[in-house]
Write a protein that binds this ligand. Structure first.
Ligand SMILES: [Zn+2]
Length: 244
């Protein structure tokens, strides 16, 4: 059953906890459809990137493999929403850094500085810079180190779908302030999909941006000694470097 209130965000754990390396367990990928339709997150030991699209969870691995996530796969950090777009525009030549401006340009109450904005960009992309982090080399390895060793590569002229969440600055550390999104190419018969965490992108002429403004934000916490022993003050510079 999908959450009844559209565009609420359900999140487990915090970006700061991930920065500190807490990444062993969380809700399972099989539970995601109970909370929404779209989401992003990471797997146990930060083994690849999660993209939850139209009710289907995908695991994008460092090897380049994109596979349906096992229903048992554990998600130590995840954000999910029952995505029902409220606004839609065609975007041509849109870059990651300009995305939040589009929300603001569309008028008051359409998102921007102080709201969470879940969004989808679908269509053709001129270019994308992607990365796949992990897995952690040892338990507790922090995200800054894992992200520094991530596999990074570029794609040109591809068709696919991106889902992400723009989070306000005041939520840094709980979420990732700014735009955080994951992408995968269209699943075509006989062709392997590609995807990852998006470092940068530029859309081509026929891409569509859809978004909504979140009204409620639900946060779940790990409950164990490890969580209690973390230093959860936001490391703003570290986080923008690791998740930018
Ligand atoms: Zn990511």
């Amino acid at each position: 059953m999908v959450s009844k209130i559209p565009n609420d965000i359900f999140q487990f754990s915090t970006a700061s906890a991930l920065m500190q390396g807490l990444a062993h367990s969380g809700p399972s990928a099989g539970q995601l459809p109970g909370y929404g339709t779209h989401g992003i997150g990471t797997f146990s030991r930060m083994n690849g990137e999660l993209l939850f699209l139209d009710g289907k969870p995908w695991q994008m691995l460092r090897s380049g493999k994109v596979q349906p996530a096992s229903p048992q796969a554990s998600l130590p950090f995840v954000q999910v929403t029952n995505f029902q777009p409220e606004h839609q525009v065609c975007v041509s030549g849109l870059k990651k850094a300009e995305l939040v401006n589009v929300f603001e340009e569309n008028g008051p109450g359409k998102g921007g500085k102080n709201s969470f904005v879940p969004f989808v960009v679908k269509g053709r992309f001129k270019s994308l810079q992607l990365r796949i982090a992990g897995p952690q080399e040892h338990e507790g390895q922090d995200l800054a180190e894992v992200a520094a060793k991530a596999r990074k590569w570029g794609l040109q002229d591809v068709k696919g779908t991106m889902f992400g969440i723009a989070s306000p600055e005041w939520m840094q550390g709980v979420s990732v302030a700014g735009v955080h999104c994951h992408f995968m190419t269209e699943v075509e018969q006989g062709k392997d999909a590609e995807g990852g965490h998006v470092l940068d992108f530029e859309t081509a002429d026929d891409a569509v941006l859809q978004w909504a403004v979140t009204g409620r934000y639900h946060l779940g916490f790990p409950r164990d000694d490890e969580w209690e022993n973390l230093d959860l003050k936001a490391d703003t510079a570290g986080l923008s470097k690791a998740e930018g």
